[in-house]
Design a protein around this ligand. Structure first.
Ligand SMILES: [Zn+2]
Length: 446
């Protein structure tokens, strides 16, 4: 817990509160939480942050990441989803050891922080999950994370296949060890990878464990059309229908992608809650398509968030770029004017928090919530806005990560002017490169 009080003075607060207030006000932080918002707040015993001319916004939330893939950037190009996994990503992930998992996660987590991301939902690795979580703690991120669960599948290397009961036992042990760690910044969940790498037995075990421990479930779903084709050939039904038959839709479920979600899926969902994490860069790069955010957002029960996915399909973890793409692509998908910049900004803030079930703690600037904050400098030529231009338009269409001046998680400063604090910059440059050099011979890519 960080006990230092802070007062952000003179900035413009983009609150994302229920009234969506944008206000000229100070913001006081005590014990890692937002203690007061208003003009002329007391500054006793507080460190002052001069926010004049700057915008203070909620810390960004990425609903789908793979920190364990950060050191694979550039090693899996020019493939669509299933060959990308089988020929590159799975062999690379199977070759991880503790050190490579840790330094990949440090690299990916730093990339997230530098664009203003304060919370991630990470779908994890099959092995070395303790090392991924150690990196999250060392960086100071907030995370919902779990071990990636896989127990079968065409093209899955032996190193990633575990018996369902062993995989679930390790997920249970991770929950015991990590849930609520780092002053509550880390919580756990269950992460079956996707239908083509998980047996019916594993899905049933996930549902039982989710109910027993009260855990959310996160997976990949309806990403590329080929995924649905393979599932239908193997199981004789569609992906959502299959998960429904196993009770997965009755857990607190969020899925990455949902590109292929259509009216049939809406009928199958029947109003039950489902989080869908939009990952536009990954969907474009792997040729999966463009999710219809207008339709998804209008679907009863669906909450939409946003994420970068992994650096091997993106190729970076810049949430501001995803937010911008999410808005631009809806112009192509639905025509200009059907989707507003404010909605894209919400994906990375309050809607992202709702998707994670954390809307009472993060996602907006409101008294009592965690002091997860980003200080943005919009007073640059790139994001100039005449009086009257909505701040959401300036941020979503114009802001880039070099305009992120400071990032705070639970009131502790984690980024200042493009530098991740508390991490040795030389180590962050050198160690990931060393680890991927050692890992590649172990992966023996074809
Ligand atoms: Zn993913």
């Amino acid at each position: 817990m960080n006990d230092d009080a802070l007062v952000f003075q003179g900035g413009t607060l983009v609150s994302m509160d229920p009234e969506r207030r944008v206000l000229e006000a100070d913001l006081r932080v005590e014990h890692g939480r937002i203690a007061a918002i208003g003009r002329g707040l007391p500054t006793d015993n507080a460190t002052l942050v001069d926010a004049r001319g700057l915008h203070v916004v909620p810390g960004f939330i990425q609903g789908h990441t793979h920190l364990g893939q950060a050191i694979f950037r550039g090693l899996a190009e020019d493939r669509e989803l299933l060959t990308w996994l089988r020929e590159r990503i799975w062999p690379l992930e199977a070759a991880h050891d503790a050190a490579s998992a840790y330094w990949s996660s440090m690299l990916g987590g730093a990339d997230c922080l530098l664009s203003g991301t304060t919370t991630i939902q990470d779908i994890g690795l099959v092995r070395h999950m303790d090392d991924v979580l150690r990196a999250v703690v060392d960086l100071g991120l907030r995370a919902v994370a779990g071990k990636c669960l896989m127990d079968e599948g065409y093209g899955v290397p032996a190193g990633l296949v575990e018996p369902a009961d062993a995989a679930l036992a390790e997920a249970r042990a991770l929950h015991s060890a990590w849930h609520g760690a780092a002053d509550g910044r880390i919580t756990t969940l269950l992460c079956p990878r996707f239908i083509l790498s998980c047996s019916t037995e594993l899905w049933r075990g996930v549902v039982a464990l989710a109910h027993e421990l009260g855990l959310p479930v996160h997976t990949h779903l309806l990403e590329h059309p080929s995924e649905e084709d393979e599932v239908r050939a193997r199981l004789g039904m569609g992906q959502l229908e299959y998960l429904d038959s196993l009770g997965v839709l009755d857990t607190q479920l969020s899925v990455a992608h949902g590109v292929q979600f259509d009216a049939r899926h809406r009928d199958c969902l029947a109003g039950r809650a489902l989080g869908i994490v939009h990952c536009p860069s990954a969907n474009l790069k792997l040729g999966s398509g463009i999710a219809d955010l207008v339709a998804l957002s209008a679907t009863p029960g669906v909450t939409v968030g946003i994420g970068c996915d992994g650096a091997a399909c993106n190729n970076d973890m810049d949430v501001l770029e995803e937010v911008r793409l999410s808005a631009l692509l809806q112009g192509v998908k639905n025509g200009p004017g059907r989707w507003r910049a404010e909605q894209s900004f919400a994906l990375a803030t309050i809607e992202g928090a709702r998707l994670l079930g954390l809307a009472d703690k993060i996602g907006s600037l409101e008294v009592g919530k965690a002091a997860d904050l980003v200080v943005l400098d919009l007073e640059r030529p790139a994001s100039f806005g005449p009086a009257g231009v909505a701040v959401y338009d300036r941020i979503v269409y114009s802001a880039a990560r070099d305009q992120v001046r400071r990032v705070y998680v639970a009131g502790r400063e984690r980024v200042r002017d493009g530098v991740v604090l508390g991490v040795e910059p030389e180590a962050l440059r050198r160690r990931p490169a060393e680890e991927i050099r050692r890992l590649l011979p172990r992966a023996a890519l074809g």
